[in-house]
Design a binder for this molecule. Structure first.
Ligand code: KIV
Length: 270
């Protein structure tokens, strides 16, 4: 696929956002409409997250999201993105079984138009990250509270409060960088640990519930817009209340149709 005009590249990520004082802003998107809105807001990196399992598909977690689901949404986003780096999120069981399967599935995201992929995990994915980057597939790594391991963790809880766990995360971060990852998401970890990791590695860290010291931040789009309120983690700040606005609009529409106020002459053809 040809590089789109002015689109953000993987090498620019590090150059622009590591030790430059400029914060990297990432948000999720799953369709063409929101991709355009996100880009109009000047955001330069879009994650097609497997969070779509929860916010779009209405599932209780991300575990049932398939490669087919992810590739469909990645295509929608990639086709309408004009200047941002699109990162496709590898779903549960698309990279766990073998390095070979992981590389093959990662390649499908690039064929769908993504510029990079994201996967969850520390030491268990080093070999996957190494193999992917060797074959030209840029990898965003993701450690901390990794939602695909929710059953192992016994819920969505902060990770890295204990010394051993924190040390393991620092080592994982360094090893993921050495394996070739171009950036690292830190999810639900103490701010001080995120600060240490950010200082210790030379690739940009992107926090979600990891405090203010990361090189960038990521949020789920529907959370920050106040569209999805079934479950709101502590780290989410709703910047709008679109669910409330949508409810108000729909109630008014219903009321006006029912009482004959809509449509009027100006909404009718003559
Ligand atoms: O799936 C997702 O949207 C994510 C981010 C929130 C980090 O993994």
């Amino acid at each position: 696929m040809l590089k789109k005009k002015n689109s953000m590249t993987v090498p620019e990520f590090k150059k622009k956002f590591k030790n430059t004082g400029k914060k990297l802003v990432v948000v999720t998107a799953y369709d063409a409409l929101f991709t355009k809105i996100v880009e109009q807001a000047g955001i330069e990196a879009i994650l097609v997250g497997d969070s779509l399992g929860v916010v779009v598909q209405g599932k209780p977690n991300t575990l049932s999201v398939t490669m087919e689901d992810m590739l469909y949404h990645t295509r929608l986003v990639a086709q309408s993105a004009e200047h941002s780096l699109v990162i496709g999120d590898m779903p549960f069981m698309s990279y766990q079984v073998s390095v070979e399967e992981a590389v093959r599935n990662a390649g499908k995201f690039l064929q769908a138009g993504a510029g990079a992929i994201k996967l969850e995990g520390g030491s268990q994915v080093f070999d996957r990250v190494k193999a992917m980057t060797r074959f030209g597939i840029p990898v965003m790594a993701h450690i901390g509270m990794t939602p695909q391991s929710v059953n192992q963790y016994g819920g969505y809880k902060v990770r890295g409060k204990e010394k051993d766990q924190a040390q393991e995360m620092i080592e994982d971060a360094k090893a993921l960088e050495a394996a070739g990852a171009f950036s690292l998401i830190l999810e639900a970890v103490p701010a001080s640990l995120a600060q240490t990791i950010t200082k210790e590695i030379s690739i940009p860290t992107i926090g979600i519930g990891a405090g203010p010291h990361c090189d960038g931040q990521v949020l789920v789009l529907y959370d920050l817009l106040g569209l999805f309120d079934d479950f709101l983690p502590k780290f989410v700040k709703p910047y709008a209340h679109l669910k409330a606005d949508a409810l108000q609009a729909l109630r008014r529409y219903k009321e006006e149709v029912e009482c004959g106020k809509f449509p009027t002459d100006s909404e009718s053809y003559h």
